[in-house]
Design a protein around this ligand. Structure first.
Ligand code: JCQ
Length: 226
């Protein structure tokens, strides 16, 4: 998969990408990930990527020309062009699976008060939000989406980790509690059933725990959403 990220803060993304599982995927040649400096597509002396809003008001708006030119420089007519913004459709595991099936993703990271609406009209194919809060720019949201997508690409997770994808959110429920050694720590015992060796009983216990935890913390998931 090819991923391009258009931003005025490429260093923010490179820091994350140089450490995470995404680095492993890059080293293995599974993902070809590049950052594109938006300021390289400006034409004025100050390399401006934003300007004052027509109609007045506070804040600045991202200019259309550098964004259109940056995307055009990638000459990728078939790529999905993803705008990260609080106004987007909420990001879910289903969105991650959908994007993981693509050949080429281009992320446009917004800043300031927003982007000129013509970018949405004529360039962006997907507008995605990672949650109902406002950040200073779209780089961290893009990193979140990239992380969720890249771990789904074949070969990125180890054999042991891969089957795990089927559980939890993919099945629409929260994870059951997990324990490892020792069997007692500071007076807290691991539930007896997990030490019993009875795989059927363990499975039953985990299912019940998962359901109870989902009902308590995320009842919205039990209504069949995603
Ligand atoms: C993404 N949840 C929050 C901030 C404007 C495109 O316009 C803007 C983009 C941002 C950055 O993204 C977020 C965000 N999901 O803040 C303001």
């Amino acid at each position: 998969m090819r991923i391009d990220v258009i931003t005025i803060f490429p260093g923010m993304l490179e820091g994350f990408l140089g450490e995470s599982m995404v680095k492993r995927a890059r080293d293995m040649g599974i993902v070809d990930l590049r950052t594109v400096q938006l300021r390289d597509f400006t034409h004025d002396r100050h390399r401006s990527v934003d300007d004052r809003p027509y109609g007045g008001g506070p804040g600045m708006v991202m200019k259309p020309e550098p964004i259109f030119d940056a995307v055009a420089s990638l000459s990728a007519p078939d790529a999905r062009v993803v705008l990260m913004s609080p106004q987007g459709r909420p990001f879910t595991q289903a969105t991650a699976r959908d994007l993981a099936a693509e050949e080429h993703l281009i992320f446009v990271c917004g800043h300031y008060e927003g982007v000129d609406e013509r970018v949405r009209e004529a360039l962006v194919t997907d507008e995605i939000s990672i949650g109902d809060y406002v950040l200073t720019n779209g780089v961290l949201p893009a990193a979140v989406v990239i992380d969720a997508v890249v771990r789904l690409l074949p070969g990125v997770l180890g054999a042991g980790e891969a089957g795990h994808q089927q559980e939890s959110f993919s099945e629409g429920k929260l994870e059951h509690p997990q324990y490892t050694r020792p069997p007692e720590y500071r007076g807290m015992r691991v539930p007896e059933v997990l030490l019993s060796g009875d795989h059927g009983a363990v499975e039953q216990w985990r299912r019940a725990q998962s359901k109870a935890r989902t009902r308590a913390r995320r009842p919205d998931l039990l209504d069949g959403a995603d």
